[in-house]
Design a protein around this ligand. Structure first.
Ligand SMILES: [Zn+2]
Length: 208
């Protein structure tokens, strides 16, 4: 007879009521709540020189009248891709429930986050089949066996991002109100770039 382990496959989704209760007791987010499989992936990503924050925040999601909190596994630090922050989610076992939740996450937060999934070599095909249809639930998918290529890909994203940032002016001063900004992120937020130059007036003055 086949025996099943007692532990359910770890999911990054949590029922809101339970999640918030536990969080109130300061027990969550647990940064080390990863399976051995996921820990190996995290180590490989970090060993390649990419800086990673784990379980950095929760995203409330409403799926079929049930409330969930999504706590992404890994946030890539120090770079963005296509104007979005890059999330990497290691998913050892597929479930249709989780697919629904990822879809929901993409539909709500997809313009802010670029989602990369890592799955087992054996499940890659199944994930790609789930991805057909109305709305994809990830931006990229990689089999764990190709993780060396993935880390290379992420490093390239980081390099391209840094090159782009370094080619842009890093200081801004609004001639109208005197507002200052330093660094790419602050300039995007307060001024915005037009091609390779900073907008001359800050966003606030432009909107007046
Ligand atoms: Zn101004």
């Amino acid at each position: 007879m086949k025996k099943f382990g007692k532990t359910r496959p770890r999911s990054s989704f949590h029922e809101s009521s339970k999640f918030l209760k536990i969080w109130k007791k300061n027990k969550f987010p647990k940064k080390n709540d990863f399976s051995g499989w996921e820990k190996q992936i995290l180590k490989k990503l970090r060993d390649s020189g990419i800086s990673i924050e784990t379980k950095f925040r929760n995203f409330p999601l409403n799926v079929e009248n049930e409330k969930f909190e999504y706590v992404p596994d890994f946030l890539m630090k120090g770079f963005e891709y296509k104007g979005r922050e890059v999330l990497v989610e290691a998913h050892e076992k597929i479930s249709e429930e989780d697919v629904k939740k990822y879809r929901k996450f993409r539909s709500v937060f997809g313009s802010t986050y670029y989602l990369i999934m890592i799955v087992t070599d054996g499940e890659l095909r199944m994930w790609n089949e789930y991805d057909q249809g109305v709305q994809g639930f990830f931006n990229e998918i990689w089999a764990v066996g190709d993780i060396e290529f993935l880390t290379e890909h992420l490093r390239k994203m980081k390099k391209d991002y840094e090159e782009k940032i370094n080619s842009l002016p890093q200081n801004a001063l609004c001639p109208k109100c005197g507002k200052k900004a330093a660094g790419y992120k602050e300039i995007v937020k307060l001024f915005g770039y037009r091609g390779k130059i900073v907008q001359s007036f800050c966003r606030k003055c432009r909107s007046k």
